[in-house]
Write a protein that binds this ligand. Sequence first.
Ligand code: DLL
Length: 434
Amino acid sequence: MAERYYQPEIETASREQIKQWQDERLVKQVHHVWNSVPYYRRKMEEKGVTPDDIHGTEDLYKLPFLSKADLREAYPYGLLGEELKNCVRIQSTSGTTGKRVVAFYTQADIDLWEDCCARAITAAGGTNEDVCQISYGYGLFPGGPGLNGGSHKVGCLTVPASSGNTERQIMFIRDLNATILCCTPSYAAYIGETMKEMGLTPDQIPLKAGIFGAEAWSEEMRQDIQKTLGIKAYDIYGLTELSGPGVAFECSAQNGMHINEDHFIPEVIDPVTEEVLPDGQQGELVFTAIDKQAFPLLRYRTRDICVLSREKCPCGRTHVKMSKPRGRSDDMLIIRGVNVFPSQIETVLLNQGYPANYQIIVDRVNHTDTLDVQVEMTPEMFTDNLGEIEKRQKALVDGLRSMLGLGAKVTLVAPKSIVRSEGKAVRVIDKRKI
Ligand code: DLL
């Protein structure tokens, strides 16, 4: 019989039990940080708070926030919570500007992280009988290494394919009978597109589930990927600073991701006033890592915008759920004063039958912001009938106006003319900053 890696004593624990774990671990962690991270101790002193003020989660609000700016300032060793001789690994963020953030791990931190990834694979239906192909990048980016470790813990036969060489990916999926695929949603869409071109139908592909994350993707994109690959597509969330993938993951209910609350305490704040918001209200997600040793971040501001929900989940897990992040507060575009998330534009395109291959180009002409959305047509839509193209463009302009309240220019481009991504897709080109 197949063996599952499910841990109901943790994943379905009562609220009282979860709170007790969080209180104990938080108090211990605050002492650990106070004693070993002078950078954060200074921040606590500036706020007039000492470890004696922290008795449990209700005191969390007293602690200072950490942001990416702190991580850059303290780079590389300033937030280290352990002696280097006890650290066994670093991973680094995928950011392309400024100094990269480097996160450190002890062996216990790696075990904790891989355990979170194993929970995600299990929630997607994975057992020791599965073949799990990992097509996230390996290396400094934590996607490949994290899910690789999780897959081992579950006992899957692990295929560390990494990203790229898409036809070979498909060959492995078919030859090795891969049942679970882990990669970014944009790469999953690209793999699906390539399969179609190779003349393969979903029933000729052994995959049954996909674990996709590392970038924002819409519900419409999930439906598309599920159809093309003939699978169930599950979301997974995480960030390097907190370990990597697996901070939260989707279950069979496919409507929000359970946060591993035995390791991470979430809060949602108003990004401007920094006020803590009640469950159900949208705001910026903040995490406190309560048992990581080497990189013990307290009240870390993720910039990701989402909503927390404690509604009972049909899967039985009791850990709080976060909604799909609708984007990062720093990804939010302000165009002519209107807040625009790329995910809103994606929703309009996919609702009108376009593939998730698009680029958003923002510029400023004569002191006025311009929004140009380049959208790829499917081969079936492709035509040289100008009237038809104009009709399609108008429908998109109307759809965008009603979603965003903004006028946009839409350019329909030929199939396959927008460059494909094997990792995180680059959807926005904001020329105003250049
Ligand atoms: O992207 C870790 C990861 C790898 C997560 C593989 C899931 C799967 P970073 O490169 O540090 O780490 O980027 C973290 O990516 O703050 C979010 O803005 C975004 N992100 C991650 N997962 C999701 C998701 C990895 N499921 C940043 N939906 C985060 C939307 C996501 N955005």
